[in-house]
Write a protein that binds this ligand. Structure first.
Ligand code: FES
Length: 162
């Protein structure tokens, strides 16, 4: 669906009658951010400007809303996203070494993307499966009990997807 085709009442659904216009627009912004990020893997500036114009919401309000949520990104991200969990359980079970292994293997730091755009390396607080610590995610896939073998498997998947 294109931004121009978005219908606020349709997107908000059953709550449309009880929400103010401002609340509706806020909801639609979040909906649009997800849509844009799914398509581009981040929120490009030109799409943000287009959204601001389409919804008649100031650019600062659009950015203010987007930056409130950690899941929206403003720089291009890699084709693959690896998030190493650095929560307490994973930390005590070697998350630091796993993070270092990815940094060394792909020559990037946390928060960076490889030049060929094959990988963005991130960390996350806890992904909710502490019993499987140490944990990392590769895109939507959760990988538990990450050891040398699983690290190599993840790295190979990233390289093979180049
Ligand atoms: S601390 Fe890593 S999954 Fe909870």
């Amino acid at each position: 669906m294109k931004l121009e085709e978005m219908d606020i009442d349709k997107a908000i659904g059953n709550f449309s009658e009880v929400l103010s216009d401002k609340q509706k627009k806020h909801g639609l912004l979040i909906h649009a951010f997800h849509h844009i990020q799914k398509e581009h893997n981040y929120l490009p500036e030109e799409e943000i400007k287009k959204l601001s114009k389409t919804l008649n919401v100031s650019l600062s309000d659009v950015y203010g809303t987007a930056t409130f949520y950690k899941q929206f990104h403003f720089k291009p991200r890699g084709k693959n996203i690896v998030s190493v969990c650095t929560g307490t359980a994973c930390h005590v079970r070697g998350a630091g070494e796993i993070l270092d292994s990815f940094k060394n293997e792909f020559a990037i730091s946390e928060g960076e993307t490889t030049e060929d755009m094959s990988l963005t390396l991130e960390t996350v607080g806890c992904v909710g499966c502490c019993g499987l610590a140490p944990v990392a995610t590769l895109n939507e896939e959760v990988v538990g009990e990450v050891d040398e073998k699983k690290f190599t498997e993840i790295s190979d998947k990233i390289r093979n997807a180049r």
